[in-house]
Design a protein. Structure first.
Length: 298
């Protein structure tokens, strides 16, 4: 673990373009992508996972992404130097010297709450905490914390390296000035921020899921094939990826969970179609399992 100490007073400084000491809880696809985004911009990044095997897998994901960024000319840096700024581990106590920690665990309420509490207990009082939740209530999560003013949502998009958007989600108790600071952080990462007040599904998930669910109903009703529906949105509306292929990339299980949450908060217009439930029950979760609405060769 890194023993680098933060200079006195630095965590409370909202004027800096980017926190230098950053933590990420969870080193899966999203967490590794978030770690990579900060790493290539010069931050010292700590990734904490549930066990040693998962931590080493996270290291491999981040370093692999960093190597690809160098190969593609996205960043002019030395891989060994970047790797020296990456630390992985399994101990929440390592978060004690972080200025900002981003939680990136699966979209499960109890898991999110326990994870955020565990991080907050270790953080300096001046440090900041963010959730990468794509749909869960930031206000609700904030109520479970001791310092809700230091908390907000930073919703990164998959795949993080290629995405240019981060949704900054403000809770009712988010401290004044933190929104502007988060916008500077996002800009320093080379991405664009959209700022929204907490609401079910925020802006992106709510709209994205609504389109995807209707596309699924069209497949279910035999209106058109998944490929033709996606092509209609890509060619007709200039979407970079169609709603069904995007669902495969995000994960059908993830989309189902978000849809069920939105149904419970916004009503039956977000009720998951039976085709989505059936595919999840069969284990057809999209790219990560090789089959969803499309086939994904390994």
């Amino acid at each position: 673990m890194s023993n680098t100490a933060i200079p006195a007073g630095l965590p409370a400084d909202l004027s800096t373009d980017l926190p230098h000491f950053v933590g990420v809880l969870g080193g899966g696809r999203m967490g590794a992508g978030i770690a990579h985004a900060f790493l290539i911009k010069g931050a010292e990044v700590l990734v904490v996972e549930r066990d040693e095997q998962s931590a080493e897998a996270a290291r491999e994901r981040v370093e692999s992404a960093a190597a690809k960024s160098i190969e593609r000319g996205v960043v002019d840096a030395n891989l060994d130097e970047m790797a020296s700024r990456l630390t992985v581990g399994v101990d929440y106590d390592a978060f004690k010297d972080r200025q900002l920690v981003v939680e990136a665990v699966p979209e499960d309420w109890e898991l999110k709450v326990s994870s955020l509490r565990g991080i907050e207990e270790r953080l300096a009082p001046e440090a900041y905490l963010a959730s990468n939740t794509s749909s869960l209530s930031v206000n609700g999560l904030a109520k479970e914390l001791q310092r809700p003013g230091n908390f907000l949502g930073l919703h990164f998009f998959n795949p993080v390296p290629a995405s240019t958007l981060i949704e900054v989600v403000l809770g009712e108790q988010t401290a004044p000035g933190l929104a502007d600071a988060a916008k500077r952080w996002v800009a320093a990462l080379g991405k664009t921020a959209v700022v929204v007040n907490d609401a079910p599904g925020f802006a992106s998930s709510r709209l994205g899921v609504a389109i995807a669910l209707e596309a699924m109903r069209m497949v279910e009703e035999g209106v058109a094939s998944a490929e033709d529906i996606d092509n209609a949105m890509v060619l007709g509306y200039k979407h970079p990826t169609g709603p069904l292929r995007t669902t495969d990339i995000v994960g059908l299980d993830v989309r189902l969970g978000i849809a069920e949450y939105l149904q419970s908060t916004l009503g039956d217009r977000f009720a998951p179609p039976q085709i989505l439930r059936d595919k999840v029950a069969r284990g057809e979760l999209g790219r990560k399992t090789g089959k969803g609405f499309f086939d994904w060769p390994s």
